[in-house]
Write a protein that binds this ligand. Structure first.
Ligand SMILES: Cc1cc2nc3c(=O)[nH]c(=O)nc-3n(C[C@H](O)[C@H](O)[C@H](O)COP(=O)(O)OP(=O)(O)OC[C@H]3O[C@@H](n4cnc5c(N)ncnc54)[C@H](O)[C@@H]3O)c2cc1C
Length: 443
């Protein structure tokens, strides 16, 4: 058994690693007695990329480009290739990813299986919206071409399908054009949650990218204060290009002791970060620090210590969005939890996700990290689930390590339709947890 973990390093799982090789035409599934699950770069936070007691199909060596039409911006590549490798190839040719998550260390297969979203959901929808087709290898040896017109049910089930419908071997993506590697950005401080909603409503029509950091410990009339960032790809002609940053990657060398991240240290950080930002700042920046600020510190997940951490990301519809987010923040404050310095608010637009189980839907989404402090953390997150359920929202499976079967099935009522597309040999720790429904369960 080999130890492969998810980004939050909770829960722990033991599984057999099966390394897939380039151009490996067949996997002998009959030789594998336990269930299998594809594993990309393990950037999912919880257990959707884990298969405790089973096999992981490690895709990192399926990392070859197959074809690149530089005129049409269509790229075909193996599914284990990372967004980082893709950006190195496409940016100098005037193309960019139409949707990208907050780290470039994710594979194409992982991005499809979680139907990931970026800061421009209101303009471009999810990653899955730009997948033209892919090849899916099923455990009976079938290789199926899937697109919006061929095997379209499996296409929809695989996008956001959490790796359960088979192995994506390669995929074809439609890229979007850019003039250069830079963005024109603006950041604005807001004093409270209402400020975020006002800025969001104005910025969505004007800017391609919008996102906000907020101070999860601010209370009273400062509740939800933060920094709103918006950006566009830079035009062909701008007067001054900043120097391309030299990325010196630093690494967190060991697990931090648990006491370092506490209510006081996070409060001090949040206050300082908020105050250091001027009311309005405008800059031209390279795409790396804008999209992937955390990628410059390798292994930053170690700051949460040995027990790991959980990210909670939910979405609630706009109708009562502000009220729901207020309740969530009040619930976190009342719990006495240290909260997080990585607290993000953004909005999803009305572009429908193509995946049957995709998480993004129109509304406001909040993401917060919590150090794992045992039952106190788990019961706080269950209370947050109840609020999200009351407001007809959903929690993101790609970030989850603990939601109950009851909550999952309410968030994703289409889960039963989805089960018919699951490959009989494929399973995951997440899926077993959220479908092991116990009617007595109370959340
Ligand atoms: C710092 C950070 C920031 C992030 N920001 C965002 C964000 O802004 N938006 C967002 O949506 N997500 C975000 N994420 C989550 C991350 O983008 C997703 O979890 C992504 O799916 C991870 O990809 P991966 O290659 O590491 O896949 P893994 O985590 O290894 O696997 C994810 C899922 O994909 C499946 N899978 C992997 N490869 C294949 C394949 N070839 N065929 C079929 N299934 C496959 C796995 O079985 C699993 O279910 C962030 C994560 C981090 C660490």
């Amino acid at each position: 058994m080999t130890h492969f973990s998810s980004w939050g390093r909770y829960p722990k799982a033991k599984q057999q690693a099966v390394w897939l090789r380039w151009r490996q035409q067949n996997i002998d599934f009959t030789e594998l007695t336990a269930t299998v699950l594809p594993y990309g770069l393990g950037r999912s936070y919880g257990d959707s990329c884990l298969n405790d007691g089973g096999n992981l199909l490690i895709t990192q060596q399926l990392n070859h480009f197959i074809a690149f039409d530089k005129t049409a911006g269509v790229l075909r590549c193996e599914a284990g290739i990372s967004l980082d490798e893709i950006l190195h190839l496409i940016v100098p040719t005037g193309w960019f990813l139409p949707a990208t998550p907050g780290t470039k260390f994710v594979t194409v297969g992982g991005a499809i299986a979680n139907d990931v979203h970026g800061k421009n959901h209101h303009r471009y929808g999810t990653f899955g919206c730009h997948v033209l087709r892919f090849e899916l290898l099923r455990s009976n040896g079938e290789r199926l071409l899937c697109s919006a017109t061929e095997n379209k049910e499996l296409f929809a089930a695989t996008i956001g399908g959490l790796g359960l419908t088979g192995l994506i071997v390669w995929a074809e993506l439609q890229l979007r054009p850019i003039y250069n590697a830079f963005l024109t950005t603006k950041s604005v401080r807001f004093k409270c949650l209402t400020g975020f909603f006002e800025l969001s409503a104005q910025a969505a029509a004007k800017y391609e990218y919008t996102v906000a950091w907020f101070d999860c410990q601010a209370q009273g009339n400062k509740l939800g204060r933060g920094i709103f960032m918006c950006a566009d790809h830079a035009p062909a002609q701008i007067t001054a290009y900043p120097a391309v940053p030299k990325f010196k990657r630093r690494s967190v060398p060991f697990n931090f002791p648990a006491f370092i991240l506490n209510r006081c240290s996070i409060k001090a950080f949040n206050q300082l970060y908020y105050r250091l930002h001027k009311k309005v700042t405008e800059k031209v920046v390279h795409y790396e620090p804008f999209f992937y600020p955390l990628d410059s510190i390798l292994n930053w997940n170690r700051i949460y210590g040995k027990r790991g951490f959980m990210q909670y990301q939910c979405v609630v519809p706009f109708a009562h969005g502000q009220e729901a987010i207020k309740k969530i923040l009040a619930c976190i404050a009342a719990s006495g939890s240290a909260g997080s310095f990585l607290a993000v608010l953004k909005t999803f637009g009305d572009i429908k996700s193509p995946g049957l189980l995709s998480f993004p839907r129109e509304g406001v989404t909040l993401a917060l990290d919590f150090a794992h402090e045992g039952d106190a953390t788990l019961s706080l997150l269950n209370r947050l689930d109840n609020i999200v359920l009351d407001y007809q929202g959903a929690v993101y499976p790609g970030k989850d390590a603990r939601m109950s079967a009851h909550a999952f099935q309410k968030f994703y009522p289409q889960w039963q339709t989805f089960t018919q597309y699951i490959d009989e040999k494929f399973s995951s720790s997440f899926w077993r947890r959220v479908t092991n429904f116990n009617s007595k369960e109370i959340i």
